[in-house]
Design a protein around this ligand. Structure first.
Ligand SMILES: NC(=O)c1ccc[n+]([C@@H]2O[C@H](COP(=O)([O-])OP(=O)(O)OC[C@H]3O[C@@H](n4cnc5c(N)ncnc54)[C@H](OP(=O)(O)O)[C@@H]3O)[C@@H](O)[C@H]2O)c1
Length: 262
């Protein structure tokens, strides 16, 4: 199969398109024929201790095989999901993933749109609701609101009935880090909460996003109900993965960068 692999610490220029064996599934795993794989800013820094490594940790595709101990999904199911960060990702024609991270993809979205949901939407959901405790009627500031995580956080906050504001807020949800994070803390009301997905804040909560099939089911339901719209910044074929990763690191994006594979 064709796969993109990272061979060094220098970012996009260390990516190669290669021909490698289709992986065999182990216990609890599924083999997915990947139709689209989305990418995240900075992710090429994550696997530098286990090279060569296949990048991209969110996919939409069709199940091609499952291990004998897997109940769901089944072969032929259209699925989407976020895959573990500590093993090969999904920028390849086939990906071997834990079956437990897969859920039925949104019916009304295509594979490119579906692949753009799992990592940013799970990050947004867990930041706002699990770590941030956001409630209906609360005031919220989101930094980086046009980025991959930020634009979906904005939509999820509105679905929950929170009000987006710029001062006196109950919760700051930061996706940008740096100076932007420092400035945003000034918008908190006394006793307000701060959650960052981008970096460890001086005061507040930092977290790592986790796979969650129940949340993926709810996100697919919201997408099919027209309440969640993933924005696609750009789409690249697998052969142009270097350009795709360069774009993911650029400023001024609108939503996600996605590799179309089938
Ligand atoms: N902890 C976790 O589990 C987890 C999960 C997901 C993502 N992340 C991290 O969270 C961050 C956001 O992810 P994302 O996918 O939403 O990224 P993204 O699509 O690149 O969006 C980042 C947003 O922040 C804004 N921004 C402001 N200052 C920035 C700066 N100095 N550098 C870059 N962007 C800046 C960008 O807007 P403009 O370019 O228009 O200014 C953009 O809207 C990334 O660092 C990512 O690696 C962490």
């Amino acid at each position: 199969m064709r796969a993109i692999r990272l061979h060094g610490p220098a970012g996009p220029k260390d990516l190669l398109l290669e021909e490698i064996d289709v992986p065999a599934v182990g216990a609890g795993e599924a083999l997915v024929r990947v139709h689209a794989a989305a990418i995240t800013r900075d992710e090429l820094d994550w696997p530098t201790d286990r090279l060569p490594a296949i990048p991209s940790y969110e996919l939409s595709g069709v199940v091609a095989a499952v291990a004998p101990d897997v109940d769901q999904p089944s072969v032929g199911d259209e699925v989407y999901g976020m895959t573990p960060f500590d093993r090969d990702g999904v920028a390849a024609e086939f990906a071997r993933v834990p079956a437990s991270v897969l859920a039925p993809k949104p019916r009304t979205l295509d594979h490119v749109q579906s692949a753009a949901i799992p990592l940013p939407a799970l990050s947004a959901w867990q930041g706002l609701f699990d770590h941030g405790g956001l409630q209906a009627g609360e005031r919220l500031l989101i930094t980086g609101a046009s980025g991959g995580v930020g634009h979906l956080a904005l939509q999820l906050a509105r679905v929950r009935g929170a009000e987006v504001a710029s001062d006196g807020v109950d919760l700051v949800f930061d996706t940008a880090g740096g100076e932007t994070l420092a400035r945003a803390t000034e918008a908190l009301r006394p006793g307000g909460r701060l959650v960052s997905v981008a970096e460890e804040p001086a005061e507040g909560t930092y977290y790592l996003v986790e796979a969650n099939r129940t949340q993926l089911d709810e996100l697919a339901r919201l997408a099919d109900a027209g309440e969640l719209h993933p924005e696609i910044d750009s789409v690249f074929p697998l052969e142009e993965a270097q350009a795709a990763f360069e774009r993911s690191m650029a400023r001024g994006k609108r939503g996600k960068v996605v590799l179309r594979i089938q």
